[in-house]
Design a protein. Structure first.
Length: 368
């Protein structure tokens, strides 16, 4: 069966719908970002769910209209089913399942983080496995070895705060607007990244790839260090003056951790192709840092901001893969937490046997 796929994303504070054709080309992408959370400096789950409920029908209608597609022409309807805020997830999953039932088309549940892996492939046909995948968003930080679509080896993940969450919380400490990531990146351009010696959590723990937690992340201690530095500055009324330097020093610490872990993973698996997905992947300083460290022979794949942030197109693209594979990925209903479908732990002895298509090989899997 051919035809367009409708993808719906409601995991957090974006209500998004997109239509993709059978080749994976974006026919439309509509994203409604919820502004109400700026008042609180972070996402309020109940408010997010209520806004999704109000917005989902007009957002879907706008996506279908922009694509020039009638509902009866859809091949399938997909929605992010996990992980995320339960109330928010329920809106997208319930709406999409009802619509799929009414239209008698397949309903495809999608893992939100698998969607982020497919994000760059929406714009770059070369963004296919094999690659080292760094997923960095508001709720997750994860490092993967991806020899082929649907086969994911977990190298490391955050033990506490995700990188995006740390950006948001530090942004709030610095009096910057929500979301904190873009605001900190902008402020950091005018700051001295060496002014404050913030810690690089867990960077000294890599005693070899077989060591427990060799590729894991932690950002809670860094966030606490910033808070302890800001407190006396706030009492002295000096935060505004020091804000660019605080932002630059914090961002430098995060980038050292993210880029350092990613380059170590490249060395470990023997593949210098890197894909970065998730909202934090839009950070240009992070992109430049990883691109510089993997060297001129490596490849870095990132998406534009519209496919890096939470969006329905990445959900539709992941659903397209699952449909063609005849596999639901083990998802059947909403879940606040769920493992990435097909994920296995990484073991050093798997290095030679897991490479799949060699980097640059013509035998790389197609995105179609």
């Amino acid at each position: 069966m051919t035809g367009p796929i409708l993808g719906i994303e409601t995991t957090c504070d974006e209500t998004s719908a997109a239509v993709l054709d059978e080749r994976g080309t974006i026919l439309s992408l509509v994203i409604h970002s919820q502004d109400v959370h700026r008042i609180y400096g972070g996402v309020v789950p109940e408010l997010a769910a209520r806004d999704h409920l109000r917005r989902i029908e007009p957002v879907v209608a706008a996506a279908l209209s922009e694509a020039g597609v009638e509902r009866r022409d859809l091949r399938a309807i997909a929605a992010a089913a996990a992980p995320g805020l339960i109330g928010a997830l329920l809106v997208g999953v319930t709406w999409s399942r009802a619509a799929a039932f009414a239209l008698d088309v397949p309903w495809v549940p999608v893992h939100h983080m698998e969607g982020h892996l497919f994000g760059p492939a929406l714009e770059d046909p070369a963004a296919v496995p094999p690659f080292v995948g760094l997923l960095v968003s508001g709720g997750h930080t994860m490092l993967l070895w991806v020899p082929e679509w649907g086969r994911y080896h977990l190298l490391g993940q955050t033990r506490d705060d995700a990188a995006g969450e740390a950006f948001d919380k530090v942004g709030k400490l610095l009096g910057l607007p929500y979301p904190g990531g873009p605001a900190i990146e902008a402020a950091a351009r005018d700051g001295d990244p060496t002014r404050y010696a913030f810690p690089r959590p867990m960077m000294g723990r890599r005693a070899g790839a077989a060591a427990p937690g060799a590729f894991d992340f932690s950002f809670s201690g860094l966030k606490t260090a910033v808070a302890q530095t800001v407190a006396p500055l706030a009492e002295a009324g000096a935060v505004e003056e020091e804000r660019p330097h605080l932002a630059a020093s914090f961002q430098a610490a995060v980038l050292d951790v993210l880029a350092g872990r990613t380059v170590a993973a490249v060395e470990e698996v023997g593949c210098d192709r890197v894909l970065v997905g998730g909202g934090v992947s839009a950070n240009r300083a992070l992109q430049a840092r990883i691109r510089g460290e993997i060297g001129p022979g490596g490849r870095l794949f990132t998406g534009s901001p519209r496919v890096s942030l939470d969006n329905g197109a990445m959900i539709a693209r992941a659903a397209q893969f699952r449909l063609e594979a005849g596999d639901s990925g083990g998802l059947h209903d909403v879940a606040a937490r769920a493992p990435l479908p097909g994920m296995l732990p990484w073991k050093p002895e798997m290095r030679d046997s897991s490479l799949g298509s060699a980097p640059g090989s013509e035998a790389q899997p197609s995105i179609n």
